[in-house]
Design a protein around this ligand. Structure first.
Ligand SMILES: [Zn+2]
Length: 442
């Protein structure tokens, strides 16, 4: 859709959202009135940055049904997330919301090259978490065949992938690595008849280095998909197969802004900011300017694939995940970029925030691969050439240069860092009192 036509559609839908919120009342309607908005036609698309915002704490305060904008008998399903800090975030859907969600996930699958002839191996967890059922309904909407394998039981997944020959894989990026390793161990990797062509990986932030690892392990095009349950679930944005260079936001339904995480003021295109979404067509839980905490940058213009939808960069971090070390802001993804640039290291790692002293320090725990002998003295490494795992001192120097603050590195034997079978990988843990979170730490 040409940009002008899209803007006109967005404005019509934004006004409909404002009208719904004013009619429904509740915290969002009250904030609109406090901002001086009394009727939908007072709002133009360009006014969006001046409208009030809503945050996760508002959802918690209204738990479970306080922000639902339709009669409860119109709801057909609920989803949610455990959320940071353990409080649940509950999200409600009408039948129309479910249909919209299926269409958005179908778009994401189609952008990855899936068709009616495709078989989708869906290893996202099924349940309250939106990943599994979102992709499931999207695959059915597209007319593909979905295998609802869910997460875990990796040996069974390997068997199903060998027997059913899916062309599309959907799961978290960390589980894609786990599956790739299991397929290789079973002699069913790329070059051994593996049928996969593309994968849609999301629900946790991942880097370009992780993409290269997954593509190498699974011999497919590894694409990013983005969503969050508060907005609808997966399918808010996804990469296209043609460019694989930023995620197309479905902005005919989800208006997106990037704002300064501190001030809330929109940042220019190309500048990292916190993503803010307005769900202009959602019925059960319509949100005006929902702050996600996810850090990304936006880019406009027509893509090589022909889509005109704005593109968001890979999420580079979460406002909530941001670690502050001696006054310096550090995102776990920055550490991951450095670790995965070393081919002799495993993609699994754990960041231990050592809080036993008043000034917290960061211990970066990573592993060398089984095939390499592990950390060796720099002199020996220089003689043997590339392929050796870098030693802790070398990684500490690289990380200091990248992060602007010193961290400690421990290169551990393979298998020390816990692997994730289901759901999101745990990448950060806090060490307060008691036993160290991993053996060998001091
Ligand atoms: Zn594209």
């Amino acid at each position: 859709m040409p940009a002008g036509e899209l803007a006109s559609l967005q404005e019509t839908r934004l006004r409909a959202l404002v009208g719904r919120l004013l009619r429904t009342g509740g915290v969002q309607g009250e904030r609109l009135r406090a901002a001086g908005v009394t009727a939908p036609d007072e709002v133009a698309l360009g006014d969006l940055p001046r409208l009030p915002m809503v945050v996760k704490a508002d959802l918690w305060a209204a738990y479970p049904y306080g922000m639902v904008a339709v009669p409860l008998e119109d709801l057909v399903t609920l989803h949610g997330s455990s959320g940071t800090g353990g409080r649940p975030t509950l999200v409600a859907y009408t039948r129309a919301d479910l249909a919209l969600w299926a269409r958005m996930c179908a778009r994401a699958l189609a952008a990855a090259g899936a068709t009616r002839a495709s078989t989708v191996h869906n290893a996202y967890g099924y349940g309250l978490f939106t990943g599994g059922l979102g992709i499931h309904q999207g695959a059915i909407e597209l007319g593909a065949t979905v295998v609802p394998v869910s997460g875990g039981m990796t040996a069974r997944q390997v068997t199903l992938i060998r027997d059913l020959r899916p062309d599309i894989l959907t799961c978290t990026p960390s589980y894609a690595i786990r599956l790739g390793e299991a397929l290789a161990e079973a002699g069913a990797g790329p070059g051994e008849g593996l049928s996969l062509k593309a994968g849609l990986f999301g629900a946790e932030p991942w880097t370009g280095q992780m993409r290269a690892r997954i593509e190498e392990l699974l011999g497919l095009a590894a694409l990013d998909i983005y969503g969050l349950s508060e907005v609808i679930g997966p399918g808010v944005a996804a990469e296209c197969l043609e460019a694989a260079d930023g995620l197309h936001v479905n902005e005919d339904h989800f208006l997106v802004e990037a704002v300064d995480p501190e001030t809330g003021v929109p940042v220019p295109d190309g500048t990292p900011g916190e993503l803010v979404f307005s769900t202009v067509t959602r019925e059960a839980l319509p949100l005006l300017r929902y702050r996600t905490g996810d850090i990304s940058s936006l880019r406009r213009g027509t893509c090589a694939c022909g889509r005109t939808l704005v593109r968001m960069s890979k999420v580079t971090g979460r406002r909530d995940d941001m670690l502050v070390l001696r006054g310096v802001n550090v995102y776990p993804s920055e550490v991951e970029r450095v670790l995965l640039a070393a081919p002799a290291l495993c993609p699994d790692y754990l960041l231990v925030v050592d809080e036993r002293e008043a000034a917290a320090r960061l211990i970066v725990c990573c592993e060398y691969k089984t095939s390499t002998p592990g950390p060796v003295p720099p002199a020996a490494r220089a003689e043997s050439g590339a392929g050796q795992a870098p030693g802790a001192a070398e990684l500490e120097a690289r990380l200091r240069a990248e992060l602007g603050v010193g961290v400690a590195v421990r290169v551990l034997p393979p298998g020390t860092v816990p692997r994730s079978e289901v759901g999101k990988a745990v990448r950060v843990t806090r060490w307060r009192d008691g036993a160290p979170p991993l053996p060998g730490l001091d």
